[in-house]
Design a protein around this ligand. Structure first.
Ligand code: HEC
Ligand code: HEC
Length: 373
């Protein structure tokens, strides 16, 4: 995870401008991570300019000058679609999920404007910003030129989301609102999804969404399993989900977290009752527990001081227990490399500064294995 030193400014420029070798494009509204890669290069460039920014003084560069950048993009945290995609049959026609009397047309619920609400009795009445049923008068007031992106589509009506989005169930209202401000200002960067969404949603709708999701109790949604041989998987272009290869089989774990849906069909139709399995390297959970509980002799800081007992949240500091390990790892990496640098996230700077990618894997595995409530 340490900074790679590049030989010359010319090399830095080449790195900063080179096309990233992954497919570009927009599928089902879930977008690729081109911008994350460019951003990384931006930090490399910024480091080249460091002597100049240092002269300008600390105020101008506060929260923006990371001393480390990930040595190579840890692609597994960003669900970057694989170049080779096995053929899959699209889901069409009327669909159902176990335990729900509802029925939806698969194509109508596939985009990001019309999320299915399989279990309406399990959550409070949802505001229109979450359900996507935006009246045309609202559309012209809040969403000029941009299609409404219903929060319930990527985050599910339960708020628990998929690993490439985020689990927002039960988050403190003020924390949630603050993240939307960070996405809007670019302090927390997600240029293709939350950035553009946060720019067009009104403050009033943000608060309504925050209050809605805050009122939902998160349930255990991910199982963490240690193994040296996880199932063979690939990242599908549609939805950017990690799924099993059709031939089956296993492959070496390596240094990553392999998170797959318990049931791909139910995940694709956004059933909030089907969760995830996160395969992690052997020994990760115990190593993560030591880092989380004691800080492992100054390597990091014990998380419960700020995130509360059982990491279930404390005041405006969010719950992290039971969140999806791939999401947790992505946040730690983004905070480490400066992609997520909101003012309040400054409290996380020392926590992440000295963590290696293996530490991040271990911490995320352990935190993900905890009960959310
Ligand atoms: C196209 C998919 C998509 C839609 C639609 C969407 N989100 Fe997100 N959201 C994401 C992704 C992806 C992330 C995680 C970004 C990251 O990794 O930092 C996220 C993260 C968030 C977070 C941060 C959670 C945390 O724990 O810090 C909040 C808050 C949030 N979204 C709110 C909303 C609201 C409000 C709406 C509706 C107006 C919405 N989102 C609609 C994809 C989406
Ligand atoms: C000194 C206080 C402090 C400590 C110690 C701390 N955190 Fe945090 N953490 C925060 C704050 C504050 C935020 C929210 C920042 C914001 O509001 O934008 C946060 C946010 C996070 C997030 C993002 C949550 C989300 O929903 O996106 C993760 C993940 C996280 N912390 C993990 C950890 C882990 C793991 C540890 C221990 C190794 C830890 N933190 C220790 C203060 C702390």
């Amino acid at each position: 995870m340490r900074l790679t030193l590049y030989s010359s400014r010319r090399e830095l420029f080449r790195l900063a401008t080179r096309e990233y070798p992954f497919p570009r494009g927009r599928v089902g509204g879930n977008l690729n991570l081109m911008s994350n890669c460019l951003r990384q290069r931006f930090w490399v460039l910024l480091l080249a300019l460091l002597p100049i920014t240092t002269i300008l003084g600390p105020r101008q560069v506060f929260g923006q000058t990371p001393l480390t950048v990930p040595n190579g993009l840890p692609a597994w945290t960003f669900n970057i679609p694989d170049k080779v995609q096995p053929p899959t049959a699209p889901v069409t026609g009327l669909v159902h999920v176990p335990g729900s009397a509802k029925e939806y047309d698969a194509e109508k619920i596939a985009g990001n404007a019309n999320p299915p609400d399989w279990f309406p009795d399990e959550h409070p009445a949802a505001p229109r910003i979450v359900t996507g049923a935006v009246a045309s008068s609202d559309a012209s007031r809040h969403y000029t030129g941009v299609a409404p992106m219903a929060c319930g589509s990527c985050h599910l009506m339960s708020g628990q989301g998929h690993s490439e989005s985020a689990d927002v169930a039960g988050l403190p209202v003020e924390y949630f609102v603050r993240q939307m401000q960070y996405f809007k200002s670019g302090a927390r960067k997600d240029d293709v999804r939350m950035g553009p969404i946060a720019k067009v949603v009104s403050d009033e709708d943000v608060r309504k969404a925050a209050e809605y999701f805050a009122a939902i109790q998160p349930k255990p949604f991910v199982k963490v399993i240690e193994t040296a041989t996880p199932p063979r998987t690939y990242i599908a272009t549609a939805g950017r989900h990690r799924v099993l290869v059709p031939e089956g089989g296993t492959e070496p774990m390596g240094h990553r977290i392999v998170e797959v849906a318990e049931d791909v069909f139910r995940m694709n139709v956004r059933d909030p009752h089907t969760g995830f399995t996160a395969y992690v390297p052997p020994g990760s959970v115990a190593r993560g527990k030591a880092l989380v509980e004691s800080g492992s002799a100054g390597k990091t800081i014990a998380c419960a001081i700020c995130h509360g007992d059982g990491l279930k949240g404390l005041g405006e500091v969010p719950r992290i227990a039971g969140m999806q390990p791939v999401y947790i790892a992505r946040q730690l990496i983004c905070m480490q490399n400066g992609t997520s640098a909101g003012l309040a996230a400054a409290l996380m700077k020392k926590v992440v500064a000295d963590l290696s990618e293996d530490d991040i894997i271990a911490i995320s595995a352990y935190v993900g294995s905890l009960a959310p409530r």
